[in-house]
Design a protein around this ligand. Structure first.
Ligand SMILES: Cc1cc2nc3c(=O)[nH]c(=O)nc-3n(C[C@H](O)[C@H](O)[C@H](O)COP(=O)(O)O)c2cc1C
Length: 201
């Protein structure tokens, strides 16, 4: 079955919760399933050696997961207004896919979580789009027909979904943020089906 790759990194769990909600939205669309994948942490000290499979949570993503997906939802915590290094590290390993142009024309969307409301949600989302545009992916946001974009007091942007986790990282994903995560997943899955669905493999 065609799948949307929900690729994310999460250290404290907020982006992980968002990824599961995006995946639920994907699976509300008939004929598509969500494939949740994470990436290992990276070290500045030395080449970290990780187990092939994480002790808990979804498996680590491979380039084959990316090559064969019908669409991509990519999530990262905000780190200094940008995506986290582990996810960037994985994306930086995708030049072979870029050279072959294999991801060109496939839909993609992004999501993030921050500690502070004005701590860079939009800059993170917009910068996460850049490598996807280099890959030729069709980057999607959320339209204001999603009324939660107007009602939210925390996260939620037209550039993708965001979540305000708070200074102690313990604010729950709000009802508006939850609905927006699911809406993003659904929108991506519908676009993937309209664009050829499983014919990407
Ligand atoms: C190195 C580092 C940089 C961060 N930079 C920002 C930032 O620029 N703005 C912000 O609001 N939060 C920032 N945070 C907080 C995380 O974005 C926030 O805790 C996020 O919700 C974590 O997501 P997770 O629970 O999925 O790991 C930073 C955290 C770390 C560790």
């Amino acid at each position: 079955m065609a799948y949307i790759l929900v690729l994310y990194y999460s250290r404290h769990g907020a982006v992980s919760q968002m990824a599961q909600l995006v995946a639920r939205g994907v699976e509300e669309v008939p004929g598509v399933e969500a494939r949740l994948r994470t990436v290992p942490p990276v070290s500045t000290v030395c080449e970290a050696v990780e187990e092939d499979i994480p002790a808990e949570g979804p498996p680590y993503a491979t380039l084959a997961d990316l090559r064969q997906c019908a669409g991509l939802a990519m999530g990262s915590p905000t780190r200094f207004g940008n995506m986290a290094a582990p996810l960037k590290y994985f994306i930086d390993s995708s030049s072979a896919l870029w050279l072959s142009g294999v991801l060109a024309g496939r839909p993609a969307a992004v999501f993030t979580s921050t500690s502070s409301l004005h701590g860079g949600q939009e800059s993170t989302l917009l910068s996460m789009m850049l490598p996807l545009l280099h890959h030729g992916m069709l980057v999607m946001g959320l339209p204001y027909t999603e009324e939660d974009l107007m009602l939210t007091k925390t996260g939620g942007t037209p550039y993708g979904v965001s979540h305000l986790a708070g200074i102690d990282n313990n604010l729950p994903v709000s009802e508006e943020e939850k609905r927006l995560c699911r809406a993003l997943g659904r929108r991506l899955a519908k676009a993937a089906m309209m664009l050829g669905g499983g014919d990407w493999k």
